[in-house]
Design a binder for this molecule. Sequence first.
Ligand SMILES: [Ca+2]
Length: 90
Amino acid sequence: MACEEVKEKFKKYAGEDELLSEAEFKKMVENEVGNVRIRDRVLKHASKIIKKRDTDGDGKLSFEEFENCARLMKQLKDKEKKGEPLEDSE
Ligand SMILES: [Ca+2]
């Protein structure tokens, strides 16, 4: 996802509080991640992924925190493309 695109998606799912909760995060992944293997993987580890990037500890992702998630998903996609196992990425 391009930077602007990431921000658009974030706003769409985060809603008025502009913070992405776990439920909102999952909803976004379900709707936006086309690759089934990546989607399942991210959904399975959603709470862990959020916790790891939730630097201020409020349980939700700000856009700044979310950007790190977007980076992770890009890494997973690149791995998938190269045929590398996804298991060791996180
Ligand atoms: Ca946070």
